[in-house]
Design a protein around this ligand. Structure first.
Ligand code: FPP
Length: 263
């Protein structure tokens, strides 16, 4: 499978080597979330329009989805459009909204071949009709696929998600379907858009920015963070592997202590 994707390059060899290590210590993150940043700067460096950076970024999405699938990641959540991104120039917003269609048009056969399931978090109803339709179609077509979940965050904002969850819980209390005492962390989790997914194990943000930008604030409570200066269009399999290998060295304690530390 690797041969088909990467060819017989140096990178392939080192990835295969890393893959061996990955499966050896069995610490492959289940869920990786990525804040894909730096498309604009990538384009600016080349005196190209910002949308050229987004187009290149879309190619990286394909590359990293393949790689995630190859190494056995179960869920890849990608921050593709935030609720704040509507403030960008109309031409850029229109282009970003056209990306799912461009992406799915060329990648759908491989999505099916790889048994990938497309999912979405975010306020779908506010998306342009065509964007919504292509995403709905992709979700419907892949709903029985059991491989990698490719989860796009489109028109997603974590605070808005939490506000909506709170309101929905209040409605349940008002209608007598829940009591105040029923509400705990699990309940809140159940009302978030990610209710069917485990929390991310690893968050990657590219382009040197070190902030969360309203992304999965509740869900990232115990997630390991990995930042890189690499701009998203330049992010590749090697960078992705580096992040995973670094994750494997971390000691996740969830606020407690591990085995020998207890003595
Ligand atoms: C942030 O970079 C990136 C975005 C707002 C868009 C990310 C979208 C993609 C990478 C493609 C998504 C693909 C699909 C299939 C939906 P920026 O523009 O803020 O970069 P800058 O900080 O350098 O200006």
């Amino acid at each position: 499978m690797f041969k088909r994707i990467f060819g017989k390059s140096k990178i392939e060899k080192s990835l295969l080597e890393e893959q061996k290590n990955l499966s050896k210590n069995d610490l492959i993150p289940t869920h990786i979330a990525i804040i894909m940043d730096g498309n604009g700067r990538w384009a600016k460096k080349r005196a190209m329009p910002r949308i050229a950076g987004h187009h290149e970024g879309m190619k990286t999405v394909r590359k990293i989805a393949r790689c995630a699938d190859d190494v056995g990641i179960k869920i890849l959540t990608l921050y593709a459009f935030s609720t704040e991104n509507w403030k960008r120039p109309k031409q850029e917003v229109d282009f970003l909204m056209s990306l799912p269609q461009q992406f799915l048009k060329s990648f759908m056969p491989e999505i099916m071949e790889r048994n990938i399931r497309v999912q979405l978090i975010g306020e779908k109803d506010e998306l342009p009709q065509t964007t919504k339709a292509v995403l709905n179609e992709a979700m419907e077509k892949t709903k029985d696929n059991t491989g990698l979940i490719l989860n796009f965050a489109m028109n997603y904002g974590s605070r808005a998600e939490i506000v909506k969850a709170m309101k929905d819980i209040m409605i349940e209390v008002r209608d007598g379907k829940l009591t105040i005492d029923d509400i705990n962390e699990e309940t809140i989790n159940d009302y978030l858009m990610t209710s069917q997914l485990p929390e991310p194990d690893l968050l990657i943000r590219t382009s040197g920015e070190v902030r969360l930008s309203n992304f999965m604030l509740w869900q990232l409570a115990y997630t390991e963070f990995w930042f890189t200066d690499t701009l998203w269009p330049d992010f590749d399999e090697q960078c992705f592997m580096e992040a995973i290998l670094d994750y494997q060295k971390r000691n996740r304690r969830y606020g407690g202590l591990k085995g020998e530390e207890m003595n």
